[in-house]
Design a protein around this ligand. Sequence first.
Ligand SMILES: Nc1ncnc2c1ncn2[C@@H]1O[C@H](COP(=O)(O)OP(=O)(O)OP(=O)(O)O)[C@@H](O)[C@H]1O
Ligand SMILES: [Mg+2]
Length: 406
Amino acid sequence: MPNVDETAPQERQVIVSAVGLTKIFRDFWNRPKAKAVNDIDFEIREGEVVGLLGPNGSGKSTTVKMLLGLLYPTGGRLTVFGKSPRDVDTKKLIGYLPEETYLYKYLTAFETLDFFASLFHLSAEERASRCEQLLDMVGLSHARNRQVGEFSKGMARRIGLAQAMINDPSFLILDEPTSGLDPLGCKEVKDLIKLLKKRGKTVIVTSHLLNDVEEVCDRIIVLYGGRIRANGPIDELLTIQANNTITTPSLRPEAMQKILDTLKEVVPEGNFSFKHPRMTLEDFFLDIVSQAKKESLETSGAQSGGQIASYLTGTPKEDAEKVLLRLSKERVEEPPEDAEAALQKELEQKQSEEARKRQDQLFADLSKQASETMEARKTREQEMEAKQQLDEANRKLQDLLSGKGK
Ligand SMILES: Nc1ncnc2c1ncn2[C@@H]1O[C@H](COP(=O)(O)OP(=O)(O)OP(=O)(O)O)[C@@H](O)[C@H]1O
Ligand SMILES: [Mg+2]
């Protein structure tokens, strides 16, 4: 099997194909409310890292939700791995990080990952090993036994990312993966995406952080008002063909003078400029942090992630074959309906357990609130009574002073 990186993108397997894809949200009376995605065509091929960009409300998340089969398109045709996005086999190949991290707040970080792992029928041993590796990778090993409801936004994002990778998916859909992360966390996510690309994974990333997108994506699709405004390889779209930049090591003044003289000769009207290159703010910041770490300064915040989970680091070739093998095994060994029923049963069991826990907590919260309200009412009544007594005493005193009380 050829390494995807060596094959031209046009020759690789089509992972996503959208033709005339449209999504119109309607109001209660079925009148069109928002044309979130408006007749768009695009394709994503195996091994590509594609950035889906656009201002707020331009249709990124709606597109992503249609790819996942969470929303039905109003029009057009959409296939993922050649099938409907609702196909169960297709879902097994996808890892998804939602825009908002939805977590059961009473589960610990470890239990959260274990819960998602259990949906993929992994053995208990494999589940435990993957959960530990992922927690280490996203820098949350120290918080493995804390309930995720207590997590900061960045920590919740990290656990969400770990969850998206639990099934070692071939296609990852990451909706704003770096939102809420500190620059170290952003760098780790970018490194992770680069690693996933090296392993031949296909990735869609939506983000408002354009520098991050520029660093990791091969191609970008820019949406505005639900329509595609630009779609192409990032190098092609961003390279300004009309200009050149030459970078040299530091030069002696004579050498510099020579170059200037030549430039004056060959560039009409002295239409050129030169300056020292600048490092990015991100590099500068990361330098400072790594310096502080070397000096063993303490921080009480999130820790940086550890090693990339070993089950995610196979070579691309092995991986592609493993995925095929796993898929063919799953198809032969598990009749899809039974597997789906078992999965559904397991999910329902977990959900009812969760619902019970949530109900208990809700009940506890409500009783607490009720007793607090009773307490407040009692205090208010006592205050009213005291005020009435005081008014009465004042009235009597007034009467006495004015001689009425005699
Ligand atoms: N469930 C919904 N019901 C009604 N309208 C919706 C719904 N979801 C999205 N929309 C509308 O669809 C349009 C596109 O929304 P979408 O969430 O896809 O944007 P986005 O590009 O992801 O924006 P952001 O950058 O803010 O996340 C918006 O006008 C939004 O109000
Ligand atoms: Mg969005």
